[in-house]
Design a protein around this ligand. Structure first.
Ligand SMILES: NC(=O)c1ccc[n+]([C@@H]2O[C@H](COP(=O)([O-])OP(=O)(O)OC[C@H]3O[C@@H](n4cnc5c(N)ncnc54)[C@H](O)[C@@H]3O)[C@@H](O)[C@H]2O)c1
Length: 320
C-alpha cells in the first residue's frame, strides 16, 4: 500500500448524475475542495442538465469548473466517484439487482482502466461492499486505490444519534460503525468516546440514563434502520451520503490521512481475507494509506466475522 502515485490534482469525476451523484456535486462545489467537477451518466442529458444547474450557482460558491463529460475524463481525475446503478424493482430478487449493478460496475471499471487513470476509485453504488470487491478485482489495481464509501455515512449517523442522546456536540463524539454497509453492521462500542472519555468512564460520570445497555442496543438499531426510515418517508437517501462523500474525497484530495470507516479489502487484518468491508482506515492521497487494526472486543470481532460471512455469501452467489 501507499506506493507513490502521480498527483492528478483536484479533478473529481462523478459517474451517475442521479440523486446521490448530483447532491454530492452540490456539496462538493460549496466545499471548495475541487478545482474541477465532471458529471458522467449514461443519460447524457441528465448529466448536462445537472452540470448546468450546478454551474449557475457558480457566483455563490468557491471557483470550480463544473461540466458534463465522458470516459476520457477518467484519465487525469484525482478521484472517480461511482454512484451509477439502480434501485430494486418490484418482484425482483436481491441477486438479480446485484447481478445487474455488478455488470454496470464492471463496464465502468473497464472504461476507467482503458483510460489508464491514475486517481482513486470511490464506489458508492449499493451493495457497496460487494461492488467495491467487484471493482477492485476487475481493475487489478492495488487495494488502496479502489475503496468504497462503506460505513462512513453510518458512522456519521451513529455520532449524530449518540450526540443527541448524550446532549453533547457531535464534534465531541467519536464513534464508528464497522462491517457491512447494511443489516449486519455493528457499533464499535470499545472505540466510542464522548468528551475524550471511553463510554465505560463517561456513562458512570453522566448517569443520564438508567439502562445504558438497553440504550446502546436501541441506538445501534436506530443507526441500522436509518436508511429504511428515510426511504420510507421520501423514497431514497442522498443528503447525508453526499456530505459523507465530501468528507472522504476531501481526505483524498488534501492528503489528510483522516481515519474513516471506508470499505476496503482485508488481507489478513482482523483475521479476515479477500472481503471488502468497513474497518478504521487512514485515508490520504492514494486512498487507503493503512488499516488501523483496533483492539476490538470479542463480541465486536465476532460481529465483524458475521459481516464478512454475509458478504462472502453474496459474492459466492454472484460468481456461482
Ligand atoms: N453507499 C451509500 O452510503 C449509499 C447511500 C445512498 C445511496 N447509495 C446508492 O447509490 C446509488 C445511486 O443512488 P441514486 O439515488 O443516485 O440513484 P439514481 O437512480 O437517482 O441515479 C443513478 C444514476 O446512475 C446512472 N447510471 C446507470 N447506469 C450507468 C452507467 N452504466 N454509466 C453511467 N451512469 C449510469 C443512471 O442513469 C442514474 O442517473 C444506488 O446504488 C444507491 O443504492 C449508496
Amino acid at each position: 500500500m501507499n506506493q507513490e502515485q502521480p498527483n492528478p490534482g483536484r479533478k473529481v469525476v462523478v459517474v451517475g448524475a442521479g440523486n446521490v451523484g448530483a447532491t454530492f456535486c452540490y456539496a462538493l462545489a460549496q466545499s471548495g475542495l475541487a478545482d474541477e467537477i465532471v458529471l458522467v451518466d449514461r443519460n447524457a442529458d441528465l448529466a448536462k442538465g445537472q452540470a448546468m444547474d450546478l454551474a449557475h450557482g457558480q457566483a455563490y460558491f468557491p471557483a470550480v469548473s463544473i461540466r458534463a463529460g465522458g470516459v476520457a475524463d477518467y484519465a487525469d481525475a484525482g478521484v472517480i466517484v461511482i454512484t451509477a446503478g439502480r434501485a430494486s424493482k418490484a418482484n425482483e430478487t436481491r441477486l438479480q439487482l446485484l447481478t445487474q449493478n455488478a455488470a454496470i460496475m464492471s463496464a465502468i471499471i473497464d472504461d476507467i482502466v482503458a483510460q489508464q487513470a491514475t486517481g482513486v476509485i470511490l464506489v458508492v453504488s449499493n451493495p457497496v461492499d460487494v461492488l467495491t470487491h467487484v471493482a477492485q478485482k476487475r481493475s487489478g489495481w492495488g487495494r488502496d486505490r479502489v475503496i468504497g464509501s462503506g460505513t462512513v455515512l453510518d458512522s456519521a449517523r451513529f455520532r449524530y444519534l449518540l450526540s443527541e442522546h448524550c446532549d453533547v456536540d457531535v464534534h465531541n463524539v467519536h464513534a464508528y460503525m464497522l462491517g457491512e454497509h447494511g443489516d449486519s453492521e455493528f457499533a464499535a462500542w470499545s472505540m466510542t468516546h464522548v468528551a475524550g472519555m471511553p463510554m465505560s468512564e463517561y456513562c458512570p460520570m453522566c448517569r443520564k440514563c438508567s439502562d445504558w445497555d438497553g440504550e446502546k442496543r436501541r441506538l445501534e438499531q436506530a443507526v441500522r434502520d436509518s436508511a429504511y426510515h428515510i426511504i420510507g418517508y421520501k423514497g431514497s437517501t442522498y443528503f447525508g451520503v453526499g456530505m459523507a462523500l465530501v468528507r472522504i474525497v476531501g481526505a483524498i484530495l488534501r492528503g489528510e490521512n483522516s481515519v474513516l470507516t471506508v470499505s476496503t479489502r482485508l488481507d489478513g487484518e482482523f483475521g479476515l481475507r479477500d472481503v471488502c468491508l468497513s474497518v478504521p482506515c487512514v485515508v490520504g492521497r492514494q486512498g487507503v494509506v493503512r488499516i488501523v487494526e483496533s483492539r476490538l472486543s470479542e463480541k465486536e470481532l465476532s460481529a465483524l466475522q458475521g459481516s464478512a460471512d454475509v458478504l462472502k455469501r453474496a459474492l459466492d452467489e454472484l460468481t456461482a
